[in-house]
Design a protein around this ligand. Structure first.
Ligand SMILES: [Fe+2]
Ligand SMILES: [Fe+2]
Length: 300
């Protein structure tokens, strides 16, 4: 990471937390399955069935209005067949991550926070498809977890984070800037430490660390740029959790825009207006998906 002192500060802060949030073993297993082309439906079903809460959530989600099955789906296996392998892996993984923070009260409204996260996931997936990035699923997942440091702050360092949120009110500054001032580090470094702790793959950790500065990413700047643009887009399309109403930017001047242009000749003739127009057309779809996922996930 570029800024060693901020990383050291984040490591210190994370170390100071006695009970770090954990994600169930199932999430790590599901993540591992991403990299194995030989995974069978049976194996995935068995993994998920170990966790009955997870299994019942998957069934609830498959029956939600977004996926609209003709008849009610009652078994996990049928759900797997109906939704398909990839979709199920996303759902299982994201349920686990949400669960890691469930039941705690934080500074954020958690539903709004996850709406932003899923919004960034879905938009990342759309951008990945548009530029023919080879790992579309990865873009989706890493989009969902990009701000994991923020939710950690909201739950585990409430007082300091409340300070950040208060200082943001009515000022044209972003989270990063105020976090640096108040905490000496940001949610990027904190998220990186947490993701490492959860044994996330290195390229996921790298994007979490650099989603606000994709040009500094060391593993895969293209993936970091996808998530960065998706994040910026969501922040101006009401798929955000606040604090950025005052922030203005021009997408075409963002380093991420150049990274994607270099990556894909396909993207080279794209202008910002058309890009936003294409994404705007998909916003209702993103909102529907987020609603469907939440109906099956959030307990309150
Ligand atoms: Fe962020
Ligand atoms: Fe974000």
């Amino acid at each position: 990471m570029k800024n060693d002192s901020m990383l050291a500060e984040a490591q210190q802060l994370v170390k100071g937390i006695h009970e770090l949030p954990t994600i169930p073993e199932i999430a790590t297993k599901v993540l591992d399955m991403f990299d194995r082309p030989d995974v069978e439906l049976e194996e995935l079903a068995e993994t998920i069935l170990v966790d009955q809460v997870m299994a019942s959530r998957v069934i609830k989600i498959v029956n939600s209005p977004f996926f609209k099955p003709m008849h009610e789906i009652k078994s996990l296996k049928r759900a797997l067949i109906y939704l398909g392998f990839r979709q199920i892996r996303h759902i299982a993984l994201t349920c686990s991550i949400i669960d890691a923070f469930d039941g705690k009260s934080g500074v954020f409204d958690i539903k709004t926070f996850w709406e932003h996260s899923f919004g960034v996931g879905v938009v990342s997936k759309i951008i990945a498809q548009r530029i023919r990035y080879p790992e579309i699923e990865k873009a989706y997942i890493v989009g969902i977890v990009h701000d994991i440091g923020e939710v950690f702050l909201s739950y585990y360092m409430k007082d300091m984070f409340q300070k950040v949120v208060d200082q943001l009110q009515g000022t044209p500054r972003g989270f990063i800037e105020v976090e640096k001032e108040v905490l000496g580090t940001t949610h990027c470094e904190l998220g990186f430490c947490l993701a490492k702790n959860w044994n996330f793959p290195t390229d996921y950790c790298d994007v979490i660390a650099h989603h606000h500065s994709p040009q500094d990413a060391t593993c895969d700047p293209t993936l970091a740029a996808i998530v960065n643009l998706a994040d910026l887009f969501c922040s101006v399309r009401h798929l955000d959790y606040g604090g950025r109403e005052w922030v203005s930017f021009n997408l075409a001047e963002e380093p991420a825009w150049d990274i994607l242009k270099n990556f894909s000749p396909n993207f080279g003739d794209m202008d910002v207006e058309r890009f936003c127009y294409e994404l705007d057309e998909r916003v209702p779809e993103v909102q529907d998906l987020v609603t469907s996922l939440f109906e099956g996930m959030i307990k309150k």
